[in-house]
Design a protein around this ligand. Sequence first.
Ligand code: NAP
Length: 279
Amino acid sequence: MIVVTGATGNIGRPLTQALAKAGHQVTAVSRHTAAVPNGVRHVVADLAKPASLKPALAGAKALFLLLSGDLHATGANPADIISEAAASGVRRVVLLSTLGVVTRPSGQTRIAMRALEDTLRESGLEWAILRPGGFASNALWWAESVRTQQVVAAPFGDVGVPIIDPADIAAVAAACLLEDRHTGGVYELTGPEVITPRQQAEAIAAALGSPVRFHELTRDEAKTAMSQSMPAELANDTLDILGSPSPAELRVSPDVQQVLGRAPHPFAEWATRNVAAFR
Ligand SMILES: NC(=O)c1ccc[n+]([C@@H]2O[C@H](COP(=O)([O-])OP(=O)(O)OC[C@H]3O[C@@H](n4cnc5c(N)ncnc54)[C@H](OP(=O)(O)O)[C@@H]3O)[C@@H](O)[C@H]2O)c1
């Protein structure tokens, strides 16, 4: 049995679907009950309380570990989740980290994530670590304004990064959970090309078959908007990346191709698959 945390999110949902479709027993974990694919068991647990994962982990051989929100702010220690998994007999853990641990190693959340990576490496378990860059699904921030005003409002309209489709992260995660050859793998995951917010707006318009206007926000306007849904430090860091990506953040990684034997999906494909959110 394979346990998927973050199971109702951008990565966890397609990962759960793919594993179930391939005939594996899957336990989907999130704090709120939610519809899951046929045959999948859903267990409510809170990663901030590692002991709450016990019922989900009982009998599991592998765990996909995705930490969402600021668990450290709650006083939780995510390393306890790895101990809990090992104590339950889990043999393999695939950890969703972030490219930021390499490209922007300072900053509280990335220091904590790097420490968690190290805990996993030293745990005695089989492991793989996924380090994705920015997600295509961040474009869902624009869904409401596209629906109501046909506008994408974003800063740094002509500065791009190679954003990745979460479905590709899910496919890599499935491979790492299922195939022995990925044990000890550390994969940097990006999309196939650098794409700017203005080009993303064009791709959404093409998927909709109707015009979408691009409105460039100032950094301060963007920070105010983002600070409503994330800590100020993270909003600042994200804006640093979006406005002045480093060479490492602009690099198109070969790792999706290497793991899956196919190229990652372009943003246009994500926009077509998710067009209902913008309609
Ligand atoms: N967005 C980016 O550009 C980017 C880039 C690099 C890395 N990342 C990393 O990607 C992760 C987010 O992935 P995502 O987009 O797939 O997530 P998401 O769509 O926001 O979904 C989060 C999932 O985690 C569950 N969850 C949240 N808090 C939980 C808790 N305390 N205990 C148990 N389950 C919890 C949610 O369900 P409930 O709310 O019901 O619990 C949901 O299933 C984060 O770790 C982030 O740092 C993001």
